[in-house]
Design a protein around this ligand. Structure first.
Ligand code: SF4
Length: 358
């Protein structure tokens, strides 16, 4: 039997969904900013990535491909590149526009050509069967930020949460760098009445100048901490995800301690940390930033990661010890049980491939 989008979904435990939809030429432009950022419709065949598909311990949903926040260490550029190439191959993206959807170095368009899965809430409502989740959580925003600027206009994350709030007994996690999440406190509370909800505010440091060197357009740390405080005060379970921890840049005790204390003051129910994963596609964007902003660190970055882009076991153990000691001193739990693992670049790409049923 040929493997189609439908058979793949059934094999992955999801209910048979609507017929697969493939992009039609050309991509529909939904909106465009004055500075040139363009938002285009991405028709999807499915919206939930299963643990079997990603190798992760949870289901994942990503309402957008691409992200205007433009963090230099972001690993999701690979998935954007894949979506662009497949759109071209299927005739949805004319060859004349292909370069524009890549950028001069192949990564810039990730930040200014944003794919929008407008149909995601409806597809989710049609295909989600809680009994088939196998007790695993659903995590929103594993590959791109679900509250990036596009969400103000398109409200897909909000509509996804509204759909999830119609179900009972789910475990839902959400990862974001944006204070826009506080807009949806009402839905998160409603969702929390029937299901378990955890919001992870992603923050690498409290030093705004340092953050701006590494994240081109992300919300300032103070705004993220304020949103965290609003969430916790409203009764939404929320904590801080310090990810990625950047060797030699944000991994020293003063940086970690300042962030952990600020998180505690904002009411964080947990603080977690994960070291940078320097995948090949991350290197292309991130190492030039290291070379410009932290030139003395460049040779160390070229040595400190293995061929897969993972920090050495010695570094990981030392970071863990440092975090454990700081948590004990400051009095913040780790929240291990709430922890979604980020999707690695290859998994994000494969997930995008399956979502599109291409
Ligand atoms: S906010 Fe997340 S998805 Fe967006 S650029 Fe930064 S790391 Fe990537």
């Amino acid at each position: 039997m040929p493997v189609t989008a439908q058979t793949r979904r059934r094999a992955d435990g999801q209910a048979p969904g609507p017929p697969a939809v493939v992009p039609a030429a050309p991509l529909a432009v939904l909106d465009e900013r004055r500075r040139g950022t363009r938002f285009v419709e991405l028709p999807i065949a499915s919206v939930l990535n299963s643990p079997a598909q990603t190798g992760m311990s949870f289901w994942s949903v990503n309402p957008y491909v691409g992200c205007e926040f433009g963090c230099s260490y972001c690993y999701a550029r690979y998935a954007h590149q894949y979506v662009v190439e497949r759109a071209r191959d299927r005739g949805a993206l004319p060859a004349a526009e292909f370069a524009d959807y890549r950028g001069p170095h192949g990564w810039e368009a990730f930040e200014r050509r944003i794919f929008v899965k407008s149909g995601a809430p409806e597809v989710l409502a049609l295909t989600l069967r809680p009994a088939r989740l196998g007790g695993h959580a659903i995590v929103v925003g594993t590959a791109t930020d679900p509250y990036q600027p596009a969400e103000r206009r398109f409200r897909i994350t909000r509509r996804l949460l509204e759909r999830l709030a119609q179900f009972h007994g789910l475990r839902v996690g959400l990862i974001t760098k944006s204070p826009l999440v506080a807009r949806d406190i009402d839905v998160l509370r409603r969702l929390g009445e029937r299901s378990e909800v955890s919001v992870h505010i992603s923050l690498i440091a409290v030093d705004a100048l340092l953050v701006r060197k590494l994240e081109v357009r992300s919300p300032v740390p103070a705004a993220r901490l304020k949103a965290l405080e609003q969430l916790v005060r409203a009764g939404v379970r929320a904590g801080v995800m310090m990810a990625p921890v950047l060797p030699g840049i944000t991994d020293d005790v003063p940086h970690l301690e300042a962030l952990m204390r600020a998180a505690k003051d904002a009411g964080a129910l947990w603080v977690r940390a994960d070291p940078l994963r320097l995948y090949a596609n991350v290197k292309r964007r991130f190492l030039p930033v290291v070379a410009e902003e932290f030139p003395a660190l460049l040779p160390k970055y070229e040595r400190a990661f293995d061929v897969r882009g993972i920090v050495t076991p010695g570094y990981a153990a030392a970071l863990k010890r440092r975090m454990t000691r700081l948590r004990r001193e400051i009095g913040v739990p780790s929240g291990d049980e709430d922890r979604p693992q980020p999707m690695v670049a290859e998994e994000a790409c494969e997930a995008a491939q399956r979502e599109l049923a291409l």
